[in-house]
Write a protein that binds this ligand. Structure first.
Ligand code: M6R
Length: 610
């Protein structure tokens, strides 16, 4: 977590730094700071709170200079206050550093540096870096060498930027396990934790790889490894435009991203769905399709919402492709001793492409000789670059911390993979065409559900003050129940649990009374009768039921307290429709409770630490 920005060039650095931090605020938002080199010395503004607080501080204490670095923090070590906020300095204020990641051996390094006369001001692990580099400079190393030697002593992860008062002409950036991107301008250069701050400034970017250090000047960027080997890096072009990262009139990014789904789903399938042949074409998998097709089993690994999408992948792939699939939390997978090898293919799903646990799981799988495919949204992200092949979502930047449009695009990509593999292994042309046509119709159905948002807003008002919620679904809609519950708890702070509906009898039913609303996904599939029985069981215990049902299902209106209708679709596509009202319900409940839906407490968009 945490976001880093940096600027060097001919212009004042502050506008880019503040604007860039704003765009990275989703990565962490408990404290924030800037260090600017004014040509002779480094000046720092930092504060607890959000970018607005830093903006205020900077209005009161202006900083000027054409070289600067900034940081927005999500606390790991030390509470969020202005002392623990970055940038950090050493003893002499000669260096300022901003850091994303965790320095695992900071205790040991701190003891060693304290013995050499260093005094620490904060409770953070990051401050150690400023003292370490300063100590190396005291011992005669130049700045670049001081940083390189220092990083060789560090255990842990870092995305890092350093400025030094002796060097108004450069900053240093480094990466190990925490992303760092360089933006190339004309007589000016930038760094950031992801490319969002560069939009509107430059489209040319270089992604630092693990173990690399960049020396960034206004007219040059040189990169070497921490083992001192020069690296020739390529420049990539990013195609995101300003509009994609603005709210465009919506009150929150989350609402904008929910409303965008008809379009993002079209973008995800564009050019990939072959209606006539009843299959899919996925350029990213073309050269590696055999390893997926002939796998003895597939493991899908992910975290959070992406893990819920993975569960849907399991259902689809087993049903239509006939390969055994297991779904693993990346955080568990990485620390057990999973049975892998070249007959097992791993699919890693991640919106950000930076989730630390998912990245570690990928590395473990590759170490054990499994092929690894990635399903990512962020182009050029670490996961996209560390997997053997993969498929992008093309959902555009997702900024709201609660994942919405990425989820539906992840499920759509899994559907495309299922169609592609299924058509080679077992699905007939007719079945393939039917699925392809039905998938093609989904964005239009999503539009229909979104048109009904006033009803959902109304329901949200009635339920905004409850303390607990239960979400039930069966089959393909069990992962939707999990996802609906996650959305509600992360943005409204209401306790919510998702269960397979039949499991209710094995425990959760004890919780049901008039204060426990139950959201039941009750679409007309082959378990419909069973789910109606579950509704009866809830009603018999005075629970209030909000049902998500298919249009035309009048029977359910007699049983549930509220019914939200979605159009009919093939069962495997129904999650793409049933999740939409649940996203909206969570959104409206959260705003009614005055919660900050785009930046919920304690959360960050990319979880780049364990
Ligand atoms: O970027 P990723 O998809 O790897 O992120 C995984 C989770 O951190 C993420 O889905 C998280 O659960 C979201 N906040 C859910 O809305």
């Amino acid at each position: 977590m945490c976001g880093i920005v940096g600027y060097i060039g001919k212009n004042a650095s502050i506008p880019f730094l503040l604007n860039g931090l704003k765009r990275l605020e989703y990565r962490g938002y408990d404290s924030v700071g800037l260090a600017v080199h004014d040509g002779s010395k480094i000046q720092i503004n930092k504060t607890a709170g959000r970018i607005a607080a830093l903006q205020d501080l900077t209005n009161r204490h202006p900083l000027s200079g054409c070289l600067g670095i900034g940081h927005t923090r999500w606390a790991t070590h030390g509470e969020p206050n202005s002392i623990n906020a970055h940038p950090h300095t050493g003893n002499k204020n000669m260096l300022a550093i901003v850091h994303n990641g965790i320095i695992e051996n900071f205790d040991l390094l701190k003891k060693e540096l304290s013995a050499k006369g260093h005094t620490f001001k904060s409770d953070t692990d990051s401050e150690i870096l400023a003292h370490l580099f300063e100590e190396n400079m005291n011992n005669g190393f130049d700045l670049v060498e001081a940083v390189r030697q220092g990083l060789n002593l560090v255990k842990g992860t870092y995305g890092l930027a350093v400025i030094c008062d002796h060097h108004p002409d450069m900053f240093i950036a480094a990466r190990l396990g925490s992303p760092m991107v360089i933006g190339h301008g004309n007589g000016e250069n930038y760094i950031a934790s992801d490319a969002a701050p560069f939009i509107g400034y430059t489209k040319d970017v270089t992604y630092l790889d693990d173990g690399e250090i960049a020396v960034v000047k206004n007219d040059s960027v040189t990169v070497k490894t921490i083992d001192d080997q020069v690296v020739n890096k390529s420049i990539h072009i990013i195609d995101t435009d300003l509009k994609q990262i603005e709210k465009e009139g919506y009150s929150h990014y989350m609402l904008k991203e929910i409303m965008e789904q008809p379009q993002t789903l079209r973008n995800t399938t564009r050019g990939r769905l072959l209606l006539e042949e009843g299959t899919a074409k996925l350029g990213g998998l073309e050269n590696d399709i055999e390893s997926l097709l002939y796998s003895r089993r597939i493991i899908i690994t992910a975290c959070g919402t992406s893990w819920h999408a993975a569960l849907l992948g399991e259902y689809m792939l087993e049903e239509l492709v006939g390969i055994p699939v297991e779904v693993e939390y990346a955080s568990e997978f990485r620390y057990r001793n999973p049975i892998l090898g070249d007959d097992t293919t791993v699919i890693a799903i991640s919106q950000s492409g930076e989730t630390a646990d998912t990245l570690a799981a990928i590395r473990e799988a590759r170490r054990k000789r499994s092929k690894v495919f990635g399903i990512c949204n962020v182009v050029g992200s670490s996961i996209a670059r560390e997997t053997d092949a993969g498929v992008y979502l093309h959902a555009g930047p997702e900024i709201g911390v609660a994942s919405t449009k990425a989820f539906t695009s992840q499920v759509t990509v899994l559907t495309l993979i299922t169609l592609l593999l299924g058509r080679i292994r077992s699905i007939s042309t007719a079945q393939g065409r039917d699925l392809a046509q039905n998938l093609q119709a989904i964005p239009q159905h999503v539009e229909t559900v979104l048109k009904n948002r006033k009803q959902i807003e109304q329901i949200a008002k009635e339920f905004q003050n409850v303390k607990n919620f239960l979400y039930l679904g069966r089959g393909y809609n069990f992962p939707v129940a999990l996802e609906g519950a996650l959305k509600l708890k992360e943005i409204s702070y209401i306790h919510a649990e998702g269960y397979p509906a039949a499991e209710m009898k094995h425990g959760p039913i004890a919780l049901i009374d008039e204060n426990m609303p139950v959201v039941v996904i009750a679409i007309k599939d082959n378990t419909y009768d069973k789910i109606i029985s579950n509704i009866e069981e809830v009603k018999a215990r005075k629970g209030r039921v909000i049902a998500i049902a298919n249009e035309g299902d009048t029977e359910i209106a007699n049983k549930a307290d509220k019914v939200i209708y979605v159009p009919h679709s093939r069962e495997m596509f129904s999650p793409l429709l049933t999740i939409i009202p649940l996203q909206l319900l969570a959104y409206y409940i959260a705003i009614n409770r005055n919660c900050d839906v785009d930046q919920p407490r304690n959360l960050a968009k990319s979880v780049t630490v364990e």
